[in-house]
Design a protein around this ligand. Sequence first.
Ligand code: UDP
Ligand code: MG
Length: 317
Amino acid sequence: MKLISIISPVYNEEKNVSLFFDELSAILLQLPEYAFEIIFVNDGSNDASGDEIEKLVKSHENVKHVEFSRNFGKEIAITAGIHNCNGDACIMIDADLQHPIELIPEFINKWENGADVVVGVRKTNSGEGIIKKVGSILFYKIINNIAEIQVLPNATDYRLLDRCVINEFNRFTESSRMTRALIDWLGFRREYIYFHARKRLHGEASYNFWKLLKLALSSFISLSLLPLKLAGYLGTLITLISGLAGFYILLGKYFFHTPFASTFSDAENLAILIVFLVGIILMSVGLIALYIANIHAEVINRPMYVVRKVSNKIENK
Ligand code: UDP
Ligand code: MG
């Protein structure tokens, strides 16, 4: 019998956990030919989510609770779930009931038909603000222009991964990460499932504007070296322009005595010289940045998350 791991990140979802579990159980009952394990990664919730999950652990052998020592963010929570799963495939799904649980059989179906990665793509998100919408359009425009890989707009974290993808995914060590971008980077045979996201049932979306902006920035930085190289480009541009201008004025004023070049005062000449030097400094910064980029790629080695405890009925016995 094939084992499928359901991975669900939980951050302050006390009202959603048991509802989610009930809906999930109902769907999984329709798939008796598979065994399931359900992994809740409790991402440092400060409400009763942990207790709700513990209740499920006590009454169900296939529920696992991975509890973080603090909030590490959804990207890391999903990652921990993937690290801790034993399935032949895993399905990651939000605990807030926004990802339609009833599509799980479809994900499994596509997997059985040969897909290594099945990606849930959102068509609409009921109740999403204009800032989030515009922000996400901008984000995908920019990242697809500067990143090394293509990121499909509206592709969500609602995904199924085959064991071979899980094993490769587990080799990533960076802790500043956007999980779905890393999965896209891996490649493999992929299939897509389109869905309408539901409204959040209880609680607030904890991804507010700033959290999303931070995620966007860290994705730019981890997927592209452009921000780092920017100083270098800027410096080259400034050096070129001010260098040419300085050269023109110098020759015009002291050798050819052209009227236009002679109108520049000493102060203005000095200003051009300073701008030229700033350009050179920025170019050097850009060069240093390239070295930092290499070091950055090598040293990211801090533990990604800290687990307070893992509880599971069978393992606890
Ligand atoms: N989540 C998490 N850690 C966080 C924020 C969110 O584990 O720091 C979980 C949350 O409990 C939910 C999922 O990630 O199951 C999606 O979060 P949310 O609904 O806030 O994001 P959105 O639906 O706006 O993408
Ligand atoms: Mg949500």
